[in-house]
Design a protein around this ligand. Structure first.
Ligand SMILES: NC(=O)c1ccc[n+]([C@@H]2O[C@H](COP(=O)([O-])OP(=O)(O)OC[C@H]3O[C@@H](n4cnc5c(N)ncnc54)[C@H](O)[C@@H]3O)[C@@H](O)[C@H]2O)c1
Length: 320
């Protein structure tokens, strides 16, 4: 393990988080995690050891202000980690099919996940690598962990983007918008309009009370911008990193603090009559993982859209 170490705050002693992949998503997550104060020790693992060491050197200069220990490590260093976040993998390149991407990243998971599981049999795996639902399913199979201990970031990112879009539309803080995106972190995702609300009022009622016009085309545009956000960001800057890093830390927080927070994350289960598939539904997150306590009450069209989403993910899972 690297000797690049900063001081450790006593009250957080013992909380170790491993980030696999010191690329754009991995290091931004490590940085957000460092500033959050949730971890006493952050281990960064990358196949490119020099890259990981360079990032650790830089992060330790930030650790000077945030007081955590950041080290470059190996898979053996996953031992004792409260969670291991997997961000390693390739991004889709021009001309590359989704299936090609799946095959490359599945091969990476087949190498890496059993090594993590061997060193840290009690940890919680959090998957960010895309296609995240397919790889959450792969991580579940490859680790042999119980289903609740393998979590994909899933539509937690899309739900955040959706709330951001609706908050602008209705002129309120995103935290006051209760609306979720479920299903695939990808093209077949669906907004749950039937349950969307602001301070307990359906969106139509909120608009009426506020004296503004409720326009379905404006709502559809919010959902479309949510779905296309990653494409739009990647078209301009070539990657996305800040949003996903913040979402990963927000998934970690209730796990570390046993917070019972409800978030839309990806998990293996049976959805819409499709068995053994991973997709996002609201899950209760706590120190034992992600739990589906209360099934979401969907209307008929949403149930059908969820089934379609599950089938499209299942098709890719079956192809690898
Ligand atoms: N879930 C989400 O919301 C979300 C958002 C953005 C990106 N992503 C995904 O995250 C992944 C990483 O994206 P990025 O922008 O950080 O890519 P990146 O190219 O910047 O970083 C990937 C890193 O993985 C490392 N790596 C490759 N093979 C490895 C292996 N076998 N073991 C350990 N490390 C290995 C590389 O050396 C590199 O440092 C991609 O699959 C991307 O699609 C997901």
């Amino acid at each position: 393990m690297s000797q690049l170490v900063a001081s450790t705050p006593g009250h957080l002693k013992g909380i170790k988080i491993v980030v696999v992949g010191a690329g754009s998503v991995g290091v931004t997550t490590a940085y957000a995690l460092l500033l959050s104060g949730l971890a006493a020790e952050i281990v960064l693992i990358d196949i490119d050891k020099q890259r990981a060491e360079g990032e650790v050197m830089d992060l330790n200069h930030a650790a000077h202000f945030a007081q955590a220990r950041v080290v470059a490590g190996e898979y053996e260093d996953c031992a004792g980690a409260a969670a291991v976040i997997i961000t390693a993998g390739v991004n889709q390149k021009p001309g590359q099919t989704r299936l090609d991407l799946v095959k490359t990243n599945y091969a990476l998971f087949a190498d890496v996940v059993p090594r993590i599981a061997k060193s840290a049999p009690d940890t919680i795996l959090i998957v960010a690598t895309n296609p995240v639902d397919v790889l959450t399913h792969a991580a579940y199979k490859l680790s042999g962990f119980p289903v609740e201990r393998v979590i994909g970031s899933g539509t937690a990112m899309d739900t955040t983007r959706f709330r951001h879009e609706l908050s602008k539309e209705f002129g309120v803080n995103p935290r006051n918008v209760h609306a979720v995106i479920i299903g695939e972190h990808g093209d077949s995702q669906l907004p749950v309009w039937s349950l969307a609300s602001i301070v307990g009022m359906r969106l139509k009622d909120f608009a009426a009370q506020k004296g503004i016009e409720y326009r379905q085309d404006a709502m559809d545009a919010c959902a479309r911008r949510t779905k296309e956000a990653a494409y739009e960001i990647i078209r301009r800057k070539g990657k996305t990193n800040y949003g996903v890093a913040s979402v990963l830390v927000s998934i970690l927080e209730p796990i570390i603090t046993d917070g019972d927070a409800l978030m839309t994350v990806s998990r293996v289960g049976n959805y819409g009559g499709v068995e053994d598939v991973a997709l996002s539904m609201p899950c209760k997150l706590n120190r034992t993982g992600a739990h589906i306590d209360v099934p979401l009450l969907l209307d008929t069209s949403e149930q059908e859209a969820l089934r379609k989403s599950a089938l499209s993910i299942k098709e890719v899972i079956d192809s690898v």
